[in-house]
Design a protein around this ligand. Structure first.
Ligand code: NAP
Length: 475
């Protein structure tokens, strides 16, 4: 099967195609278009031509289209989940929950399309402002260039398309090379839902080629990127005056202070560390455990990790499946070896087990200098450290170039507030893991974890511009 480009509401044949192979079974899924500069420019032309229609579209029409997409997706939920499971190698349980979340994301976007309101400014609060009425409105930017990663191929695309279209922009979307099918599928749903032709265009191919055009074609007014920090930073440097929204990586930490329900908190940590084989930007990577509960936590952690089912993503029972590439398996094993050579102790897992899989792995005593402490693992690995005083745990958790989300479990409300105040991250989860996210909450990072916020309401503001209007009442 050939997957053509999606330009101006039509499948457009490309000059070149590349085979897409599923990570677990190595089955051929499709031959996917690799867009060249001319074809990408055609997509930008289509987005430019559709802009006037989108800009002038009534809020209720935009809301209606977004709601219809949510409805159509609900009808095709099983098919959509299979698509994600196959192209991303994501366990079907997690893929199904991603589709559920995507439905919510488009539903929130429909609501926000009706709520793009500004505010009234009290002009006579300053001398000279008497007899004037001031108010703000939000206007679309124009064409948004969106680039998305492989790990949530449907919901993270929704976090680009939902707010961009709700705000009245048009979009050229570049999904990850490993996971293009979800995006082409969603484009067809938008077409069925009545989105004007050209308002959404999907181009697949080299990130470099498409990224270069997104940062040099002056018709692209905003760049919204989710992916790795190095690519994001390079794009921002080249983006010039374009609005740029970056959702990047992390090596998220959780503090387990003394608390009662260790079984429940460890259960959440195991979910947070090993869901989708740890290939989640807010995966639990670093655990800081109070020394008085350390032994109990470790034995519960091993017990619960052992109960995870590893295998075929299409099996309903599977919890942990393949990594996205063989290179990632190699990298993960090298990082584990580096930590062990530096004195770390392997408590569980640590090996590759075929089908591009790595066992869920628990390590203790990992030095702060090792890659597993400093970098984003993006693999099924959790490292466990101990602490005596909360200040020490906070300081070690903050000792990271990243700052996306963090968590603390504690029965002491004062410690919870202290952690919330002192941890430097975009979001702090009290009595939960950093992996917690629902799709309307503000979401984004500090430091190398990103720039700007998603969560539909917040992304709508990022992808529009405020205009101030002032009336001088002449009597
Ligand atoms: P990635 O390698 O950075 O790729 C992300 C996207 O960027 C892909 O579409 C990729 O295309 C494209 N790309 C690659 N090189 C490019 C370039 N030079 N110019 C423009 N685009 C380029 O990331 P990934 O491996 O797919 O995803 C994992 C990363 O995403 C992790 O760091 C994770 O933490 C982060 N992430 C962050 C969030 C968040 O919300 N903060 C959510 C999910 C994931 P190709 O596929 O063609 O290379």
């Amino acid at each position: 099967m050939k997957k053509h480009l999606w330009i101006n509401g039509e499948h457009v044949e490309a000059k070149e195609y590349k085979s897409l192979i599923t990570p677990y079974s190595k089955e051929l899924l499709a031959d996917v278009a690799v867009a060249n500069e001319k074809e990408i420019t055609k997509a930008i032309d289509a987005a430019e031509n559709a802009f006037e229609k989108m800009r002038d579209m009534h809020a209720y029409d935009k809301a209606d289209i977004l709601n219809k997409v949510a409805y159509l997706l609900k009808e095709k939920k099983e098919f959509a989940a299979q698509l994600i499971a196959k192209e991303a190698g994501k366990p079907i349980k997690a893929a199904t929950s991603e589709v559920d979340r995507t439905i919510m994301t488009y539903t929130f976007a429909a609501e926000e399309a009706r709520r793009m309101t500004g505010e009234t400014i009290m002009m006579d609060a300053a001398p000279g402002g008497e007899n004037r009425t001031g108010y703000t409105v939000f206007e679309p930017l124009g064409i948004v260039g969106a680039i998305t990663p492989f790990n949530f191929p449907m919901n993270l695309v929704a976090h680009k398309l939902g707010p961009a279209l709700a705000a009245g922009n048009t979009v050229v979307l570049k999904p990850a090379t490993q996971t293009p099918l979800s995006s082409y599928f969603i484009a067809e749903l938008f077409d069925q839902a009545g989105l004007p032709k050209g308002a959404l265009n999907v181009v697949t191919g080299s990130g470099k080629t498409i990224g270069d055009l997104f940062t040099t074609d002056n018709r692209i007014k905003a760049l919204t990127f989710t992916g790795s920090p190095n690519v994001g930073k390079a794009l921002k440097e080249r983006a010039g005056m374009r609005k740029t929204l970056l959702e990047l990586g992390s090596n998220s930490g959780v503090i387990l202070d003394k608390h009662q329900d260790i079984v429940s908190s460890v259960k959440r940590c195991v979910q947070g560390a090993f869901s989708y084989s740890g290939q989640v930007c807010i995966s639990v990577q670093r655990l800081y455990v109070h020394e008085e509960i350390y032994d109990d936590v470790i034995s519960e952690l091993i017990h619960q990790t052992k109960s995870l089912v590893t295998g075929d993503p299409l099996n309903e029972k599977t919890d942990v499946a393949s990594l996205i590439s063989e290179e990632d398996v190699e990298r993960t094993l090298n990082w584990i070896e580096e930590a062990l050579n530096d004195g770390a102790k392997l408590v569980h897992g640590g090996k590759s087990i075929g089908h591009q899989m790595v066992e869920p792995t628990v390590l203790t005593n990992v030095s702060d200098d090792c890659k597993l402490s400093r970098e984003e693992a993006f693999a099924p690995i959790i490292i466990v450290n101990t602490f005596k005083e909360l200040d020490e745990a906070i300081s070690r958790l903050n000792n990271s170039k990243y700052g996306l989300q963090a968590g603390i479990f504690t029965d002491d409300i004062h410690k919870a507030f202290k952690a919330a105040k002192k941890i430097h991250a975009g979001g702090i989860m009290i009595n939960d893991i950093p992996t917690f996210r629902v799709d309307h909450m503000p979401y984004g990072g500090v430091k190398d974890s990103g720039f700007g916020r998603e969560g539909i309401k917040y992304a709508v503001k990022e992808l529009s511009e405020m205009k101030f209007i002032c009336i001088n009442h002449i009597e």
